[in-house]
Design a protein around this ligand. Structure first.
Ligand SMILES: NC(=O)c1ccc[n+]([C@@H]2O[C@H](COP(=O)([O-])OP(=O)(O)OC[C@H]3O[C@@H](n4cnc5c(N)ncnc54)[C@H](OP(=O)(O)O)[C@@H]3O)[C@@H](O)[C@H]2O)c1
Length: 269
């Protein structure tokens, strides 16, 4: 399948108000001259990014403020994106986590994680697949999952389960596609230095975090070259392969010790 050509084409990036989404939007604008539709809840951050990119990269940017944990809002975003019939790609990147003991995660927060990371993503994917499967359409969809979806992560139990869903869902759906010019990529980073990992609970894990610019660069590479599943960072890629040969109990048990140490340290500060 040929690489995506994005010069002057419209691409949706969800969760573009910070972190990985914001950086992928910047790189799509500067390095690929794509026009962008950027979506998230924080309108001020999206407006700032629009001004920055229209001025510095000379591209067009549309802002859509939306809470993607609400299915009707997710529908509205996709309806606005496909109305002109010229959408060429979508990066479904918005996501939230909770780092702590699962028993201390309030039910409404759990539902919010599930609705943002799974329900909203599936809702948008359904409409996007219908759009891109039409004859004559060309494009690509990338679902941002996580290495936390490759193996269970204690103290991020709910988050890790939502990402396991996204990895399985996107990887399976890829093979249901019938349009040879449309593809689905699952992007699964390890830790990245963003707002998500900013809190002191992550202090002990900070040396593992990848700079957001590198994660974004590899994410855009995976998207443009239509990879099937892609893990950024050579060591992470090796680790993701090695994981298949190690007992899950060993991996999860060791992960549990590292995460608990970081959590307890933050709690006692
Ligand atoms: N950081 C990591 O270590 C890491 C590792 C692997 C995978 N990932 C994945 O990478 C993606 C981006 O995360 P990040 O690290 O860049 O975190 P981040 O800086 O916290 O960004 C999360 C983005 O998602 C948006 N978002 C969250 N809830 C939303 C909602 N209900 N409706 C609309 N937008 C919403 C946020 O915007 P608003 O708050 O403005 O709505 C923000 O733009 C996530 O899917 C995450 O799971 C992150």
């Amino acid at each position: 399948m040929k690489q995506l050509q994005l010069n002057g084409k419209w691409v949706l990036v969800t969760g573009a108000s910070s972190g990985l989404g914001q950086e992928m939007a910047r790189q799509l604008a500067h390095n690929f001259k794509a026009n962008l539709i950027i979506a998230a809840r924080r309108a001020d951050k999206l407006d700032q990014l629009k001004t920055e990119l229209e001025t510095s990269a000379g591209i067009k940017v549309k802002v859509i403020t939306a809470d993607l944990s609400i299915p009707e809002e997710a529908d509205r975003v996709i309806a606005e994106c496909i109305a002109g019939g010229d959408l060429s790609g979508a990066l479904l990147n918005a996501g939230v986590t909770y780092f702590g003991r699962h028993t201390q995660l309030p039910w409404d927060s759990f539902e919010s994680i599930l609705k943002t990371n799974v329900i909203g993503v599936v809702r948008m994917t359904n409409s996007l697949v219908t759009y891109f499967e039409q004859p004559g359409k060309e494009g690509s969809l990338m679902l941002v999952s996580s290495m936390a979806g490759y193996f269970p992560v204690p103290y991020q139990a709910a988050y890790s389960a939502t990402k396991a869903f996204i990895t399985a869902f996107g990887s399976a759906l890829h093979y249901e596609l019938t349009n040879p010019n449309f593809s689905i990529t699952v992007f699964a980073p390890g830790g990245i230095a963003t707002e998500m990992t900013d809190g002191n609970k992550f202090n002990e894990l900070k040396s593992w975090l990848m700079p957001v610019s590198q994660a974004a660069k590899e994410g855009i590479h995976a998207f443009v070259s239509r990879k099937y599943n892609y893990v950024p960072g050579f060591l992470n890629r090796v680790g993701s392969v090695m994981m298949n040969f190690l007992p899950k109990r060993f991996l999860t048990g060791n992960m549990s010790k590292v995460y608990l140490k970081s959590l307890v340290k933050a709690e006692t500060e």
